[in-house]
Write a protein that binds this ligand. Structure first.
Ligand code: PAF
Length: 278
């Protein structure tokens, strides 16, 4: 695997691979787990050349969030990417990505940005869309892969690509879970042993909602309320449990099919998210 810190170095390496090669991009913020590695493996099935990126993007963190403490495990990440057969790793410094304060931004429309994660993390998706657009311009991929665990992020990126006519196929990767159901996440490392034992409750709570919908319960507000109450009683501070349309994450009419249940909740000082398609 070739490791590049500069945009010029990465572009030169991709150019020397020759024309006609299909390039897949898997953007990450590092601290790689099996969910990321599954995306790398999936990427190989879509392209001749697989490019991973590691960049902890300050723009998508709000003041007071975990930008400074976000786990940075570069050496271990390189070993995992190498073992996964990734061809190029682009790991720029902040000065390489943002040599001056970023003036132009990609701003998702309010109906995508102002709900769910966007409501609780204002500006988050503007930061994500902007850095992903920059990575698209730098790498020039034919296909890019993102995990479904960040379901709203995947929707925002799909819509950005469609609205801005970017010639890039967007592929979603299934959420990878620990044996007890907890969705793998770099932030799981923040959990104490006691919190880690409680953490799968988030997945159990939304699994219950999915089962109720499948059994014909269309009282979506009631189901959301019950799940919030259950988690709160167990010591969580839920931001939302939301039953939404898969396509645009808007509120569904009763008896709508094609739903997804999304959740975000704090356990101690750690904020976890999860979702399940119905
Ligand atoms: O999902 C992530 O890790 C980040 O939001 C991404 C897509 C790499 C952009 O910084």
């Amino acid at each position: 695997m070739q490791v590049h810190e500069t945009i010029a170095g990465l572009r030169a390496a991709l150019k020397s691979a020759g024309p006609g090669k299909r390039v897949a991009l898997v953007p990450t913020m590092g601290n790689l787990h099996d969910g990321h590695i599954a995306l790398m493996t999936q990427a190989r099935g879509h392209a001749d050349t697989v490019v991973a990126t590691i960049f902890v993007n300050r723009l998508q963190f709000r003041p007071g969030e975990d930008f400074d403490s976000y786990p940075r495990t570069f050496q271990a990440d390189c070993g995992k990417l190498e073992a996964a057969g990734v061809d190029h790793l682009f790991a720029p410094t902040e000065a390489e990505m943002y040599p001056r304060p970023q003036g132009y931004h990609v701003v998702p429309p309010a109906e995508q940005d102002g709900i769910l994660e966007g409501e609780f993390r204002p500006g988050h998706f503007r930061g994500v869309a902007t850095v992903v657009m920059k990575l698209f311009q730098i790498v020039g991929p034919d296909v890019a892969l993102f995990g479904k665990k960040d379901y709203q992020q995947l929707m925002v990126i799909r819509n950005m690509v469609a609205d801005l006519n970017l010639p890039i196929e967007i592929v979603g990767g299934e959420t990878v879970r620990a044996g007890d159901g907890l969705a793998l996440s770099s932030r799981n490392g923040y959990l104490s042993a006691e919190e880690r034992a409680e953490a799968p409750h988030l997945n159990r709570a939304i699994t219950k909602v999915v089962a109720a919908i499948r059994a014909g319960n269309a009282d979506f507000a009631g189901l959301e309320r019950d799940a919030v109450a259950e988690l709160t009683a167990a010591g969580w501070r839920p931001d939302y449990i939301a039953i939404r349309k898969k396509t645009d994450l808007q509120l569904p009419p009763a008896h709508e099919s094609g739903l997804v249940v999304l959740a975000a909740a704090r356990l101690g000082s750690t904020r976890l998210i999860d979702n399940l398609e119905v």
